[in-house]
Structure formats: structure tokens, C-alpha cells
Write a protein that binds this ligand. Structure first.
Ligand SMILES: [Zn+2]
Ligand SMILES: [Zn+2]
Length: 351
């Protein structure tokens, strides 16, 4: 059996969009020493493929980080099989908040050096000395304390569409940068309560240990991130302090948490929080686009890209030769082609 899916991406995507199968989007992670990540990867692929699971999973010597979707009909058996793996027994499954089940269209399991690209040398500090994990109720209490600084540990394009009220939102492209800037921004506040959060909690696991290592004395982290917070807020009838959308790294690109729209269309400037990728395959820029602009630009980020997608496929292919697409995608919303690209909103109001 092939342990990879080799069918064309477009075909798989199309199939997923038209499928009526009910699917649930789930994420989970676990830091755990794995002696043989490659062997574990192959076993896991076989197991999940049989259950019709799709998604993106990173496996490394330090553990596993998974974003997946599972057929609703197989949910119980999926949980049972997953929990039969010793180190994953009882792992928290973050269930997506605002889910159409169309989050992934194939299964990809990659062996990496790390499960989160944090750029940290893990031997230089004690990664087990994490901050204190807090639930939604405690997060709210801490957030109201004037001695608390809330910091968003995600990237600029994530916090742009949604964040906690009053949070510091570092204007960074990567988690690596985030750690440096967080340390720098907060260096005069080492005795305050540092309350950090991310999407599902995984980034805060290392970040909190890193900040403690850097001399921050009262570090707290939102357990299970924005996804678990939202679940608890709903279940327990708590006040929701998160405004806007939770950006997610799958086909949905975001989950609506509150009705507030905190960002603008990058092309016309009107209130909008719908992320999209430019339809020109040679560009693929991630940016925010309203429906009207999507119509006007045919889903592209600029007139230039709109002209390109009107060309015959062969000519487009010719144009793409030699272009490093990756570079463009990761400029996420910072392209000069975009009129309303985000202004630096590094929060200086709080500090
Ligand atoms: Zn617009
Ligand atoms: Zn474009």
C-alpha cells in the first residue's frame, strides 16, 4: 500500500467540495519523546487512511502536532484507535468551532525536526518549565486584572481578523520572530502577569517556558488556545472576550467567534475579515478580500494577476517558470500590490 496520496491536488479539492459526507475538523498535539518518528509516521498513516481521515500532521522526535478532519461516522472509532496509542491516550481533541467539515482534502503526514517551527535551541532552556495553564474562566479573571498583559503569540495575519480585547498584537510574520519581539516589547514588565494565547495552545507550550527562562515571573497560558476557550465560554455561559475570527491553517481559513469584524478588505478598505489566496497560481498571496472586490478582480490580488489568469494555461505555466512561489505566499497580506495592506498595529497603547 502506498503511504502517500498521489492524486492531483485539484481533483481532490474538487471532490471534497462536492462531497456530502459529514466531517468534523479536529486538532491535537502532544510533546513526547519518539525514538523513531519515521516508523511511527508510517503506522499512523496506515491507521488514519483506513478511517478516511484527512489533514496535515507533523511528527518529530519531540512529538506530534495534528490538524485533521474525520468522517463523523468514524469519530468514535477514530478516538478509540488514537487513544490505543499509549502516549496519545486521553489527549485533548480540539473540535473546530465553526466547521463545514471541508477543512482538508487529503492526508499528509510529514516527519520534521520539530512539531512547531520556533527556532529555539531546546537544550538552552528547560522546556518543561512552562507557564501556568489556565481555563477560560481563569483567563477572563486574569484579563480583568490591571496588572495583566495579554499577548497574542500568533502572526500578524492571524491576529488581524480576530484577537482578545486589549491584547498586545505583535506585527510578525513567523513564530520565530514573535518570540524575539514579545521578549523585547515586554522587557520592562517582568513582574506583571503575562497572559499568552494562541490558536490551539501548542505555541504557548514552548513560548511560556522561554519567557520564564528570560526572567518573566508570572507566566500564564490559555490551555487549548482560542478553540478550547470558545468551547468553554459556550458551555459554561461565560463572557466571550475574543472578538472576530479565529484564523485556522486549513481550507476554511477562519472560524467565526464573535460577530465583530475587526479588519478591512485589503483592496477597498471596507470592513471585511474573509481571507483568500490569490487565484493566480504564480502568486497565491494570502490576503483579505470582500465579495465585491472578489468579483471585480476575479479573486485575484491585483489587476496584474487578473490579467495573468485570463491567459491560456500554457502561457501561465511559462510565466511561472523560475518564480519562487513560496516567498510570495509568505508575504501574507504585505504585498505592495495591495492598497489597504495592514498598518503596523503593534500595540503601543498598552505598554
Ligand atoms: Zn473590497
Ligand atoms: Zn496575486
Amino acid at each position: 500500500m502506498a503511504l502517500h496520496n498521489r492524486i492531483d491536488k485539484r481533483i481532490l479539492k474538487e471532490k471534497m467540495q462536492h462531497s456530502s459526507e459529514e466531517r468534523i475538523t479536529i486538532s491535537f498535539y502532544k510533546y513526547h519523546q519518539l525514538a523513531e518518528p519515521k516508523a511511527f509516521r508510517d503506522e499512523l498513516y496506515t491507521l488514519l487512511d483506513q478511517l478516511g481521515v484527512m489533514g496535515r500532521i507533523y511528527v518529530a522526535h519531540e512529538g506530534i502536532n495534528a490538524q485533521i478532519s474525520a468522517p463523523k461516522a468514524n469519530l468514535d472509532i477514530f478516538r478509540e484507535k488514537l487513544y490505543s496509542i499509549d502516549f496519545l491516550n486521553g489527549v485533548r481533541l480540539n473540535i473546530a468551532v465553526d466547521d463545514n467539515g471541508k477543512s482538508f482534502f487529503k492526508l499528509k503526514i510529514l516527519v520534521r525536526k520539530k512539531i512547531v517551527a520556533d527556532g529555539l535551541d531546546d537544550t538552552s532552556f528547560d522546556v518543561t518549565q512552562t507557564g501556568q495553564h489556565v481555563n477560560a474562566a481563569d483567563f477572563n479573571k486574569l484579563a480583568e486584572n490591571p496588572n495583566t498583559i495579554i499577548i497574542d503569540m500568533r502572526n500578524h495575519y492571524e491576529s488581524e481578523v480576530g484577537h482578545f480585547k486589549g491584547a498586545v498584537l505583535p506585527d510578525v510574520d513567523t513564530f520565530r520572530e514573535e518570540l524575539q519581539i514579545a521578549e523585547d516589547l515586554l522587557k520592562d514588565n517582568k513582574d506583571k502577569n503575562l497572559l499568552m494565547y494562541c490558536t490551539g495552545g501548542i505555541r504557548c507550550e514552548k513560548a511560556s517556558a522561554w519567557m520564564r527562562h528570560k526572567g518573566f515571573n508570572n507566566v500564564f497560558q490559555l490551555n487549548g488556545g482560542i478553540i478550547e476557550y470558545t468551547r468553554q465560554v459556550k458551555n459554561e455561559g461565560l463572557e466571550n472576550k475574543f472578538i472576530g475570527k479565529n484564523f485556522v491553517f486549513d481550507e476554511r481559513l477562519g472560524e467565526r467567534i464573535s460577530e465583530d469584524i475587526v479588519s478591512v478588505c485589503h483592496q477597498c478598505g471596507k470592513a471585511c475579515d474573509t481571507h483568500t489566496n490569490c487565484k493566480n497560481d504564480g502568486c497565491h498571496l494570502l490576503f483579505i478580500q470582500c465579495e465585491e472586490c472578489a468579483g471585480h478582480f476575479n479573486g485575484c490580488c491585483s489587476d496584474e494577476c487578473k490579467e495573468i489568469i485570463a491567459m491560456p494555461a500554457e502561457a501561465q505555466k511559462e510565466l511561472r517558470k523560475g518564480i519562487n512561489k513560496g516567498r510570495q505566499v509568505f508575504r501574507k497580506g504585505r504585498s505592495e500590490k495591495i492598497a489597504f495592506r495592514k498598518v503596523n498595529h503593534q500595540s503601543s497603547t498598552i505598554l
